[in-house]
Design a protein around this ligand. Structure first.
Ligand SMILES: [Zn+2]
Length: 159
Protein backbone atom coordinates (compact mmCIF):
# COMPACT_ATOMS: atom_id res chain seq x y z
CA UNK A 1 0.00 0.00 0.00
CA UNK A 2 1.50 3.38 -0.89
CA UNK A 3 1.12 6.56 1.11
CA UNK A 4 -1.52 8.10 -1.13
CA UNK A 5 -4.02 5.36 -0.24
CA UNK A 6 -3.33 5.85 3.46
CA UNK A 7 -4.45 9.46 3.30
CA UNK A 8 -8.00 8.29 2.68
CA UNK A 9 -7.86 6.06 5.77
CA UNK A 10 -8.75 8.28 8.77
CA UNK A 11 -7.95 5.66 11.41
CA UNK A 12 -4.48 4.69 10.12
CA UNK A 13 -1.91 5.60 12.76
CA UNK A 14 1.31 4.20 14.19
CA UNK A 15 0.79 6.03 17.48
CA UNK A 16 -2.95 6.11 18.19
CA UNK A 17 -3.78 3.04 20.27
CA UNK A 18 -7.49 3.75 20.78
CA UNK A 19 -9.71 0.90 19.56
CA UNK A 20 -11.25 1.22 16.12
CA UNK A 21 -14.92 0.42 15.73
CA UNK A 22 -16.19 0.92 12.21
CA UNK A 23 -18.97 -0.58 10.16
CA UNK A 24 -18.14 -2.98 7.36
CA UNK A 25 -19.45 -0.38 4.94
CA UNK A 26 -16.99 2.22 6.18
CA UNK A 27 -14.11 -0.25 6.04
CA UNK A 28 -15.00 -1.10 2.49
CA UNK A 29 -14.72 2.56 1.54
CA UNK A 30 -11.27 3.14 3.00
CA UNK A 31 -9.41 -0.15 2.48
CA UNK A 32 -7.90 -1.39 -0.78
CA UNK A 33 -9.85 -4.38 -2.07
CA UNK A 34 -7.23 -7.02 -1.24
CA UNK A 35 -6.77 -5.71 2.31
CA UNK A 36 -10.53 -5.55 2.84
CA UNK A 37 -10.99 -9.12 1.65
CA UNK A 38 -8.52 -10.51 4.19
CA UNK A 39 -8.94 -8.06 7.07
CA UNK A 40 -12.74 -7.90 7.10
CA UNK A 41 -13.84 -11.01 5.20
CA UNK A 42 -11.27 -13.32 6.82
CA UNK A 43 -9.84 -14.24 3.45
CA UNK A 44 -6.47 -15.86 2.80
CA UNK A 45 -3.90 -14.84 0.25
CA UNK A 46 -2.38 -17.62 -1.90
CA UNK A 47 0.68 -19.30 -0.33
CA UNK A 48 4.03 -17.88 -1.52
CA UNK A 49 2.27 -14.78 -2.94
CA UNK A 50 3.59 -12.25 -0.42
CA UNK A 51 6.89 -10.49 -1.07
CA UNK A 52 7.14 -10.15 2.72
CA UNK A 53 7.43 -13.93 3.06
CA UNK A 54 11.14 -13.99 2.23
CA UNK A 55 12.44 -10.57 3.26
CA UNK A 56 14.90 -10.41 6.13
CA UNK A 57 15.16 -6.63 6.51
CA UNK A 58 15.06 -5.16 9.99
CA UNK A 59 11.90 -3.26 10.75
CA UNK A 60 8.36 -3.29 12.06
CA UNK A 61 5.23 -4.89 10.64
CA UNK A 62 2.08 -2.81 11.07
CA UNK A 63 -1.59 -3.62 10.51
CA UNK A 64 -2.42 -2.51 6.96
CA UNK A 65 -5.95 -1.57 8.04
CA UNK A 66 -5.19 0.66 11.06
CA UNK A 67 -1.40 1.04 11.44
CA UNK A 68 -1.15 -0.81 14.77
CA UNK A 69 2.33 -2.30 15.36
CA UNK A 70 2.00 -6.10 15.21
CA UNK A 71 5.38 -7.80 14.79
CA UNK A 72 9.08 -6.93 14.57
CA UNK A 73 11.57 -8.50 12.19
CA UNK A 74 13.58 -10.03 15.05
CA UNK A 75 10.77 -12.53 15.67
CA UNK A 76 10.28 -13.45 12.00
CA UNK A 77 11.45 -16.86 10.88
CA UNK A 78 11.34 -19.04 7.82
CA UNK A 79 8.56 -21.50 8.44
CA UNK A 80 8.27 -22.88 4.93
CA UNK A 81 4.49 -22.57 5.10
CA UNK A 82 4.22 -19.90 2.39
CA UNK A 83 3.13 -16.99 4.56
CA UNK A 84 5.14 -14.49 6.63
CA UNK A 85 5.73 -16.21 9.99
CA UNK A 86 6.60 -14.88 13.41
CA UNK A 87 7.05 -16.56 16.79
CA UNK A 88 5.80 -13.63 18.89
CA UNK A 89 3.74 -10.44 18.51
CA UNK A 90 5.36 -7.10 19.34
CA UNK A 91 3.37 -6.85 22.60
CA UNK A 92 0.66 -8.77 24.45
CA UNK A 93 -2.17 -6.49 23.40
CA UNK A 94 -1.05 -6.01 19.80
CA UNK A 95 -3.05 -9.03 18.65
CA UNK A 96 -6.16 -10.80 19.93
CA UNK A 97 -7.29 -14.39 19.49
CA UNK A 98 -10.46 -16.31 18.70
CA UNK A 99 -11.19 -20.00 18.20
CA UNK A 100 -11.79 -20.81 14.54
CA UNK A 101 -13.58 -24.03 13.65
CA UNK A 102 -14.16 -23.19 9.99
CA UNK A 103 -13.33 -25.70 7.24
CA UNK A 104 -13.56 -28.55 9.76
CA UNK A 105 -10.30 -27.50 11.44
CA UNK A 106 -9.56 -26.40 14.98
CA UNK A 107 -7.42 -23.34 14.62
CA UNK A 108 -6.80 -20.14 16.54
CA UNK A 109 -7.49 -17.00 14.60
CA UNK A 110 -5.19 -14.00 15.10
CA UNK A 111 -6.67 -10.51 14.78
CA UNK A 112 -5.32 -6.99 15.13
CA UNK A 113 -5.69 -5.84 18.75
CA UNK A 114 -6.73 -2.36 17.67
CA UNK A 115 -9.16 -2.82 14.75
CA UNK A 116 -9.87 -6.58 14.85
CA UNK A 117 -8.67 -7.09 11.30
CA UNK A 118 -8.22 -10.77 10.48
CA UNK A 119 -4.47 -11.40 10.19
CA UNK A 120 -4.03 -15.16 10.06
CA UNK A 121 -3.68 -18.04 12.51
CA UNK A 122 -1.34 -19.14 15.28
CA UNK A 123 -0.06 -22.72 15.58
CA UNK A 124 1.97 -24.43 18.30
CA UNK A 125 4.70 -25.82 16.05
CA UNK A 126 6.94 -22.73 16.04
CA UNK A 127 10.55 -22.32 17.19
CA UNK A 128 11.81 -21.37 20.67
CA UNK A 129 11.44 -19.38 22.79
CA UNK A 130 7.64 -19.38 22.38
CA UNK A 131 7.05 -22.53 20.31
CA UNK A 132 4.43 -20.58 18.42
CA UNK A 133 4.05 -19.93 14.70
CA UNK A 134 2.03 -16.86 13.77
CA UNK A 135 1.13 -17.49 10.15
CA UNK A 136 0.11 -14.07 8.81
CA UNK A 137 -1.23 -12.83 5.48
CA UNK A 138 1.31 -10.42 3.97
CA UNK A 139 -1.47 -8.33 2.41
CA UNK A 140 -2.59 -7.10 5.84
CA UNK A 141 0.97 -6.26 6.91
CA UNK A 142 2.58 -2.87 6.32
CA UNK A 143 6.33 -3.24 6.59
CA UNK A 144 8.47 -0.27 7.55
CA UNK A 145 12.22 -0.71 7.36
CA UNK A 146 14.23 0.31 10.40
CA UNK A 147 16.64 2.08 8.08
CA UNK A 148 16.44 5.54 9.57
CA UNK A 149 17.01 4.35 13.11
CA UNK A 150 19.87 2.18 11.92
CA UNK A 151 21.56 4.99 10.03
CA UNK A 152 21.32 7.23 13.05
CA UNK A 153 22.86 4.51 15.21
CA UNK A 154 25.73 3.95 12.78
CA UNK A 155 26.38 7.66 12.51
CA UNK A 156 26.51 8.04 16.27
CA UNK A 157 28.94 5.16 16.48
CA UNK A 158 31.26 6.85 14.00
CA UNK A 159 31.18 10.27 15.66
ZN1 LIG B 1 -5.54 -3.08 12.78
Amino acid sequence: MDDSTKKTNPVYSHTDTSKVNMSEEEWKKILPEDVYYIARKKGTEPAWSSPLETIKDKGTYYCAACGNALFVSDTKFESGCGWPSFYQPVSKGSVIYAPDHSYGMNRTEVMCGRCKAHLGHVFDDGPPPTGLRYCINGVVLDFKKAKEAEEKFNKEKKD
